[in-house]
Design a protein. Sequence first.
Length: 652
Amino acid sequence: MAVFPQGLTQLDARCNAGERRVLHQLKRCLEDDYLVWHDIPIGPRARQPDFVILSPRWGVLLLEVKDWRRSTLGAATRDAVELNTPRGRVTQPHPLRQARDVTMELAHLMQTDPALVHGEGPFRGRLLFPYGWGVVMSGLRRADVQQAGQHGDFDELFPPARTLLRDELEDHVPAADFQTRLWGMFTVSYPHTLTLPQRDRIRWHLFPDVRLSTQATLDLGENDGDSTALLPSLLQVMDLQQEQVARTLGEGHRVIHGAAGSGKTMILIFRAQFLAAVAKPEQPILVMCFNRTLATRIEALLRQRGVDERVQVRTFHSWCQDMVRSYQLAVPPGLQGDDYFQALAQVLQRAVDNGRVPGGQYSALLIDEAHDFEDAWLAMASRMVSPATRSLLVLYDDAQSIYQKQRRKFSFASVGIEARGRTSVLRLNYRNTAEVLALAVQCAQHLLLPDAANTPLPSPVCTSLTAAAAPVESGEGTDDKMQRVSPASAGRRGPLPVLLLTRNATEEAQDIALRLTAAHADGLPLQDMAVLCRTRTQMRPIAQALNAAGLPVQSMAHQAFRAFDWNASAVKLVTLHSAKGLEFSWVCIAGLQGWPLPGESLDDALRLLYVGMTRATQQLLLSAHGPVQGHVLVQRVQAALHDVAVRFAKAG
């Protein structure tokens, strides 16, 4: 059966009678390497053909469906059709002309992508794959046209090669015959099977709403409407599982457990964009997270997609401050730092409990990285969702919970989140290379699933459209509880991570500067490189070494993090906690000899290390200085690096 990223049940409910016949036939006759979408905006003009079909063997096909009857049809030309309706005669665009215009627009657009055209040979400059268009007259049989004496005229205006009639939607029609009719609608036919990356590039061009933005593009200005200015890559388009989750999210409370780099935040962006399009102006939507960096990133992505301030983005504590000011709540004076934030949350919680701050203020609430929230915060936040919509989305990954002082086990129901039967699990990691992810998992194996140590060597997972579109997992009976998700690699390869050991902090900083200089000389932009440190104090010698090497630096040791210019050509020096939610092509995690900090457990240090490692999209360097023999964390990294190197060497 074909794959329907919008969900087959949802499509069946939204189709009209004629479209439902077509949907049923596509479901019955197409194999599982076909992808089918219904009535969603495509291309730069957001036009909406009734069906879009993508086949790795045949290319892209657009279908318009009309449920017109013989008595409905009047005079027609190649551009327009007159219809006899209860309200009189009306003129509509010819459906074949509609489908052709959209298809040609998309073909011209995709021909600007070098990865989708032939570079040489007789088809040089033409698309790698065929494309086509057609119309389905689901209310007309061939006998209806012949009885009306319009056989010749009808075939002239609705050529049989591009027109399906009701006869061809019957259950007795062999699947192979139906597919042959679809293939006849393509402009040309030549052998080429699309690879998965090529398929994703086509999806990038077809559906702007599944495009992702990398961190480097967050603050870029407009590109003058040129949608090909940033061509797609593996990291810039949702995979099919992400798209299915994003498009099929229904009402009610929903929980998504997702591994690091699995696209949880982008699903939240997609959902917020959809809700903003259908919400009334007086119904605000709230996106909430713990980390200020992540809040800034989410807001930038939403504004980049044209979502206005109807969607508010706040950290939990900035939202608490908004509520305290709006309802004139008294917070004990003289408090600073964590004491102030703790008091802020407690004051607001009491006000919500006694009704001074009313619940149900938001038509929808979306919580990213909910693992960083305390139980009481989640309970309070869940009460802010309007009971009329019950639209609550919670994204969670316990392995990245770096702010919880005590590990917890709880059910979502205990904090007012009713997610039983509405929980999805995302395991595929798209951010990191297989090598980086393997090391992160090896170091933090006991923080993930019990069998994480025996996880097979990460390799390309999606070898077919069927595998890529595998249904999301749901833990029936247990999905109300916190789950630990062991990530699986999407198979992107890169260099093995490196552990750098030096005699002192100065030598460590100088070696880091040398490696950064070499990476920049190889063409990597400075803004795509970051050094992550446990404390700001560790940054000072590194910043000095980078400046001495002529490398511009933005460091949290010298300026407020919120003042960073993310587009500036400068290496970023960031604390591990502040790096949460960010990603860089080249990452160094420095000063491992200083972990764990006094009063910090090894598990807490490993959890933070896991988060730091998974910030690297391509290359990862780890460093330590001084005597490290017997240092538990450094030895753990050394052993993990050795195991990962052996496993990859055996795999070739």
